[in-house]
Design a protein around this ligand. Structure first.
Ligand code: FES
Length: 82
């Protein structure tokens, strides 16, 4: 069995205030909807020092910047539905 894909949401105050508060719900719901619990390790992180480009989302060490809900779904679709 392959290892889980790591999805990290920045929960630093800047990213959290700029949209990651909602992204947290969106991603949690996505994982539930597609029953991805066995394929993903989803967790939060402290500020990673890229606040100016936030909200930040990392998927398997690839950093995505200025992530809104639409972009987050696109990233998750590319990662899990292909
Ligand atoms: S709060 Fe997210 S990079 Fe600083």
């Amino acid at each position: 069995m392959s290892s889980k894909i790591e999805v990290v949401i920045c929960l630093g105050s800047s990213c959290f205030a700029r949209g990651n508060k909602n992204l947290l719900k969106t991603i949690t719901q996505y994982i539930k909807d597609y029953n991805l619990h066995d394929r993903v390790c989803f967790h939060g992180a402290h500020c990673i020092g890229e606040c100016a480009d936030g909200p930040i989302l990392k998927v398997d060490n690839t950093m995505h910047t200025h992530v809104d809900e639409v972009k987050a779904i696109e990233i998750l679709d590319r990662t899990f539905q292909s």
